[in-house]
Design a protein around this ligand. Structure first.
Ligand SMILES: [Zn+2]
Length: 236
């Protein structure tokens, strides 16, 4: 159980990984010291600050679990709002835009930004594809099932749902616990519903063992016929 009056450190807490306790005009944020998943404490703290600051988040207590904080798949709108708040606090859009304008989005870029900002890989990937000019999709698989997908505005295809294709390297992680490192070019149908003109797609994945999940970053091979017209859109 958490210890009342204790502020600014990790404590064993039941039924939550991070929580916000409002007490009059002040509040406490507590992190669960039993939670081995909280390697990114900053994001969890920023998430709770979101509950404290955002309009409509009026509960006196918020008990938040790591899957909702890290996976971005919560069905609860308030949890999604707190995640967006945390992502913006730790990775300001104007700062991030300058980075993705001059760097191709890749898993290593996502990792380095996550490291620099002390954010989760999923939060970082979602934030980046929301503002980057590259044709990038991300897929989060859990227990061999595609749990959720997201894509940049310029990514032209619909991403698949359901079971991860059995020929995908990602399946290795769920069967053996090992995941091949590095980028691989794989048949597009592994991840895309109707691949269109791109027969192959670049796939790069990282495992998140604490969630039994894999985050996959998908990019399209360079195509000389492609143009940059969309860059003139209003997203910048
Ligand atoms: Zn929350």
């Amino acid at each position: 159980m958490y210890q009342e009056g204790y502020t600014g450190a990790s404590e064993p807490i039941e039924n939550a990984d991070a929580l916000l306790l409002r007490m009059g005009s002040s509040a406490q944020i507590l992190l669960n010291s039993n939670n081995r998943y909280l390697s990114r404490d900053s994001f969890s703290i920023a998430h709770e600050l979101g509950h404290y600051c955002l309009p409509g988040h009026n509960q006196s207590q918020y008990y938040c679990n790591v899957r909702e904080i890290f996976s971005f798949q919560s069905s609860n709108q308030k949890e999604r709002e707190a995640n967006r708040f945390a992502a913006e606090l730790l990775m300001p859009t104007s700062w991030l835009k300058n980075i993705v304008k001059t760097s191709d989005v890749s898993l290593s870029l996502i990792k380095s930004i996550a490291e620099a900002c002390q954010t989760s890989l999923t939060a970082t990937a979602i934030k980046i594809i929301g503002i980057c000019p590259d044709r990038v999709g991300i897929v989060c698989s859990e227990d061999g099932i595609i749990k959720w997908t997201a894509k940049a505005k310029s990514f032209p295809y619909e991403l698949r749902t359901g079971r991860v294709d059995e020929s995908s390297p990602v399946v290795d992680f769920f069967e053996t616990g090992d995941l091949p490192e590095g980028s691989a070019q794989v048949p597009s149908f592994f991840w895309i519903s109707s691949p269109g003109t791109h027969e192959f797609i670049n796939e790069e994945s990282v495992s998140m063992p604490y969630l039994n999940a894999v985050l996959t970053v998908l990019t399209l091979p360079f195509d000389e016929d492609d143009d940059d017209e969309w860059l003139d859109g209003d997203s910048w």
